[in-house]
Design a protein around this ligand. Structure first.
Ligand code: AHR
Length: 512
């Protein structure tokens, strides 16, 4: 057995839980849109063609904001293809994922879907093949009340009221050589600055995200952020980060510890953004939009040649692309990634798990068939539901173990929030140890734990399974949550985490 001791002090807070930290992402890629959220003719489809079985799961998952329409897709996308009468919309060859895009689903459909799902829209613009003119036209179309060319076109297309989209991404992964219209940091920094300026001249209330690095291993990481922000610092509000993780060659210890990379990535981008601000003597602070993160098994998709093979099939509409099936280990990792985001919630104020349905997603669906929860659904849904109020700074003393990539790492990973209004403290805990349970003691200072409403839920290896056990169409609930006993002794909260587990604990507290 291993042990961990966590101290939570009511006076040591990071900041409020950002509402937009629990975002998701819908890209025109594979089956995320078509046969994912949208499938006219499906037995559960509503009159707009939205799958209500998927919508129910989305509501249970609890994303607050959803990024759309890409991703790599957006860098070749003409947003005007997706408006107006559906039968008149052009069918296009889509280069990023080598598919035929019917454009049956576009901006109006997405806004309607987002309203039905109860999520905020985060819209990405094309800065690959398009530029300033298309961007400001889109803002006028989406947000201007009426009486101008683009806003009146929106009204003629059936939306009398503006969409009022606040949050916008200025392109996608423009640092990546794979991106259509890839740019150098200088080229992109200037373009982002000018696009931002022009978009704000149409609607001054926009919140704008500049592209940061596609991952922390990009050769340009650091220099990219520095150059882009040296141009666009005054015009943008956020810089983005993307990160995907997977288990490499059986190195499960490093995979389970990949939140160390997330911590490093976030802290490096904060330092770089603040250094640019300091040099400019600016009082403005750039926050972080971690607008793509997840586990993604990219084995065989790392090189351009391999990616080419993956997508270079005959041209098809919404083919199956990267429909990863997630297991218990992946769910524990996702729990730790959410913990990392929470711990940095003073600066990471937007984050989007990529993606929502089918494509590396917590929700899977089959055409004409069922929809179900993947293992990674559970840590996301519980964290989005329970993380409220203030993020607490935790002092953790945990047993440690070795990982090849990060050296010695804490066996137990923790994040904590406290909602003074409801008197609920929430603990999010992961045991990275594969063999041993971990006894965790949480010492509360300035807070008194009660017993009424004390609850614990845990996700771990099922009795008849192993760490690779997953939920599938035929066994949709093999991996889920079960009750976790929680004790309060001498004012401390005590739980025993099973080997390889993720848990959430709700503690009723009063101020002491
Ligand atoms: O989410 C899948 C892809 O990953 C996105 O299109 C791209 O932005 C990233 O590389």
């Amino acid at each position: 057995m291993t042990t961990a001791r966590v101290v939570v002090d009511r006076d040591f807070t990071v900041g409020p839980v950002p509402h937009r930290l629990f975002g998701s992402f819908v890209e025109h890629m594979g089956r995320c849109v078509y046969t994912g959220i949208y499938e006219p003719g499906h037995p559960s489809a509503d009159e707009q063609g939205f799958r209500t079985d998927v919508l129910e799961l989305v509501r249970e998952l609890g994303p607050t904001v959803v990024r759309y329409p890409g991703g790599n897709f957006v860098s070749g996308y003409r947003w005007t293809d997706g408006i107006g009468p559906v039968e008149e919309r052009p069918r296009r060859l889509e280069g990023a994922w080598h598919t035929v895009e019917s454009n049956a689903f576009g901006l109006h459909e997405f806004v309607a879907w987002a309203r039905t799902a109860g999520v905020e829209v985060m819209e990405a613009i094309n800065l690959g093949t398009a530029g300033v003119e298309e961007a400001r036209a889109l803002v006028e179309y989406a947000n201007h009340p009426g009486g101008t060319y683009w806003s009146d076109l929106r009204r003629r297309n059936g939306a009398e009221e503006p969409f009022d989209i606040r949050l916008w991404c200025l392109g996608n992964e423009m640092d990546g050589p794979w991106q259509i219209g890839h740019k150098t940091a200088e080229e992109y920094g200037r373009l982002a600055q000018e696009a931002a300026k022009a978009m704000r001249l149409v609607d001054p209330g926009l919140e704008l995200v500049a592209c940061g690095s596609s991952n922390s291993r990009m050769p340009t990481f650091g220099a990219w952020e520095q150059t882009v922000l040296s141009h666009a610092y005054d015009e943008v509000d956020f810089i983005s980060l993307h990160a995907y993780y997977q288990e490499h060659e059986g190195d499960v210890a490093s995979f389970l510890a990949c939140a160390y990379d997330t911590d490093y990535f976030i802290e490096s981008v904060v330092a770089t953004a603040d250094a640019v601000g300091a040099k400019r003597k600016s009082t403005k602070r750039i926050n972080l939009s971690f607008d793509e993160w997840n586990v993604w098994y990219q084995r065989g998709q790392e090189t351009e040649d391999q990616l080419h093979q993956l997508v270079k099939q005959p041209w098809r509409e919404h083919p199956r692309l990267i429909e990863d099936t997630y297991n218990v280990t992946d769910a524990v990792v996702v729990g730790t990634l959410l913990n990392s985001l929470l711990r940095h919630g003073d600066r990471v104020t937007v984050a989007n798990q990529a993606q929502l349905v089918n494509v590396i997603a917590p929700i899977r669906s089959e055409e004409g068939g069922p929809a179900w929860r993947q293992t990674i659904f559970h840590p996301f849904a519980q964290t989005a539901r329970l993380a409220r109020g203030q993020i607490m700074r935790t002092a953790v003393t945990s047993d440690r173990h070795h990982s090849d990539r990060f050296g010695d790492v804490d066996t137990v990973d923790v994040a904590c929030t406290w909602d003074e209004g409801t008197g609920r403290l929430a603990l999010f805990l992961a045991n990275r140890g594969l063999e041993e349970a971990s006894d965790v003691e949480v010492v509360l200072r300035g807070l008194q734990a009660g017993a009424d409403g004390l609850t614990g839920r845990v996700l771990t290896v099922p009795e008849d399974g192993d760490r690779f056990t997953a939920n599938t169409e035929d066994a949709q609930d093999r991996v889920g949550l079960s009750d976790l006993p929680v004790d309060v002794q001498d004012g401390s909260v005590r739980v025993s985490l099973p080997p390889l587990s993720w848990a959430c604990v709700e503690v009723p507290v009063t101020t002491a």
